[in-house]
Design a binder for this molecule. Structure first.
Ligand SMILES: NC(=O)C1=CN([C@@H]2O[C@H](COP(=O)(O)OP(=O)(O)OC[C@H]3O[C@@H](n4cnc5c(N)ncnc54)[C@H](OP(=O)(O)O)[C@@H]3O)[C@@H](O)[C@H]2O)C=CC1
Ligand SMILES: O=C1O[C@H](COP(=O)(O)O)[C@@H](O)[C@H](O)[C@H]1O
Length: 503
């Protein structure tokens, strides 16, 4: 979330995993879009690193292919690529070789001499998590990496495998870099619609008085995907839906909805307020997990007319795998504002519809003076924040249907990005990469935030690992997950918001 309109200072970005999927799919398109939109520094260099052999030209072509396929601007013609690609190069190196890091020192020296400035140096670790400790340690051995003003390290998810490993990784990184130098990325925090939650809540006086247990009945967060695990079975087997989506993205959405008002936009102020929420989430004891959480795994079936295989048949997946591809949970926040308000979350692969949505369900009106026949379709107010793919905010309220009788029906007041703006919202990685170059860590995860997130999910993980599921696979592709997920919320007299949203 850039807070200035000034371009960032001269920056050298080293992308470990330059030859990998994330760079081709997300990072390079994001940097190119920043360049097109005139946000890149006047002086910058992007250096991809990897063992694969590439000439500079071949590497540039590889990135250009990714842009053609994955950029939000794909299909648009512009003449900017040649200008951008002059800043891009490739350095073949094995990250396990300590000598190779001196080549990076030479690159920095060369650019700084050429530019005549002391530049930001950003190490983006777009590599498998197992490589992170070794790379960080080797970077730490380069004396100039201690410059906390200009040197930054970006660490991709997953950040640890559990609380213990996350703590170990934090402790290692904090022994090498200052906390200000470490940017733990959660790309959901870079999404426009997620950032807008802060504007909605804290730039308007309207919502705050009703944003609490007195008016809100319950909250739902859904992050549903229509894809399966695709070719990421190897990673996903070790992860599952809870680690992949709930520990990070969903809990961060929950923080944005539930946090107290910040005093200012200082990075630590925002992060303190979010961490307070995570620390206030009521611990679920292992014995209670079956009442508070549901897991699922997809079977084979049909997805929008296409035959798809079961999770257990996916590439690099154990045919007897107990990894969950769906997770739902109920949380409570034990503080003054949210006491007694249940927060239901769910996420899954091969769901019926792609949708990330937050639904705030308000309480019933305290007295209902209308005749009974008017009340048939009476439903309480609801505020829905659609994060993606739809991008809108809707407030549902009751209206009188035109006619001679008093008949009520729910209608929506809608703010849609598509209608209000020109539809060229930056992608999350654009926003976050710009933040890194500007040195603004507000939308990145601090060490204690990551650990607090792990603390919330650990009892569920431990209970699930201790008791393997007996009914996997337990949901069909193109559905809304296992029946138990319906029961989780129905027990409290609610239903999951039905998608697509209708009043
Ligand atoms: N892909 C995505 O959409 C997303 C990925 N992520 C995260 O990003 C990270 C990278 O993922 P992804 O790009 O998909 O993975 P890939 O497997 O596509 O890429 C891994 C990269 O690591 C490099 N690498 C591996 N070993 C070495 C080594 N010894 N020395 C130098 N480079 C090495 C590989 O380069 P080479 O083989 O050339 O050595 C390759 O560029 C992971 O943590 C993942 O969880 C997060 C969100 C989304
Ligand atoms: O981090 C991840 O997120 C994606 C979903 O991201 P989105 O921006 O498309 O909502 C998910 O598919 C992936 O499994 C997970 O690792």
């Amino acid at each position: 979330m850039s807070q200035t309109t000034i371009k960032p200072p001269a920056s050298i970005l080293f992308i470990f995993g330059g030859s990998g999927d994330l760079n081709q799919r997300k990072l390079a398109p994001a940097l190119f879009n920043l360049f097109i939109d005139n946000w890149m520094p006047e002086k910058f260099a992007v250096i991809g690193l990897g063992r694969t052999e590439y000439s500079n030209d071949k590497f540039r072509n590889h990135l250009f292919d990714g842009i053609q396929e994955f950029s939000r601007r794909k299909g648009e013609s512009n003449d900017k690529w040649a200008g951008f690609s002059e800043h891009v190069s490739y350095l073949q190196m094995d990250a396990s070789d300590p000598e190779a890091y001196h080549k990076m020192s030479d690159v920095v020296k060369q650019y700084e001499e050429e530019w005549g400035v002391h530049a930001n140096v950003i190490f983006y670790l777009a590599v498998a998590p197992q490589l992170v400790p070794d790379i960080a340690t080797k970077l730490g051995a380069l004396k100039w990496c201690k410059d906390s003003q200009t040197v930054r390290i970006v660490v991709e998810k997953p950040f640890g495998h559990d609380l213990k490993s996350a703590r170990e990784l934090n402790s290692l990184l904090n022994s090498i870099f200052t906390e200000d130098q470490i940017y733990r990325i959660d790309h959901y925090l870079g999404k426009e619609t997620v950032q807008n939650i802060l504007a909605l809540r804290f730039a308007n006086a309207l919502f705050e008085p009703i944003w609490n247990r007195n008016y809100i009945d319950h909250i739902q967060i859904t992050a549903a995907e229509t894809v399966g695990v695709e070719d990421r079975g190897g990673y996903y087997e070790q992860s599952g839906a809870l680690r992949d989506m709930v520990q990070n993205h969903i809990l961060q959405l929950l923080c944005m909805i539930a946090m107290e008002a910040p005093v200012n936009f200082d990075a630590n102020e925002i992060r303190n307020k979010k961490t307070d929420v995570l620390n206030a989430i009521r611990p679920i004891s292992r014995d209670q997990v079956h009442e508070y959480a549901v897991r699922g795994q997809y079977s084979h079936g049909w997805m929008k007319g296409t035959k798809v295989q079961a999770y257990r048949q996916e590439k690099s997946v154990n045919p007897k795998s107990n990894t969950e591809t769906f997770a739902a949970a109920k949380f409570f926040i034990d503080n003054w504002r949210w006491q007694g308000v249940p927060i239901y979350v769910r996420t899954g692969k091969f769901m019926h519809q792609k949708s990330t949505i937050i639904s705030i369900e308000f309480k019933q009106a305290p007295h209902y003076a209308f005749p009974q026949e008017a009340a048939d379709s009476f439903r309480p107010n609801r505020l829905t924040i659609s994060i993606q793919p739809e991008m809108d905010i809707r407030l549902r309220f009751q209206a009188k249907r035109p006619g001679q009788s008093m008949t009520l029906n729910p209608v929506d007041m809608i703010f849609s990005y598509k209608d209000a703006y020109d539809g060229h919202e930056p992608e999350a990685y654009e926003t976050l990469l710009l933040d890194v170059m500007e040195g603004n860590p507000t939308q990145f995860m601090r060490a204690d935030q990551v650990e607090a997130g792990w603390k919330v999910v650990m009892p569920i993980i431990e209970a699930w690992e201790a008791r393997p599921p007996v009914d996997f696979p337990n949901y069909a592709p193109d559905s809304w997950g296992p029946e138990d997920a319906e029961a989780l919320i129905a027990r409290d007299g609610h239903n999951w918001v039905s998608l697509p949203i209708k009043p």
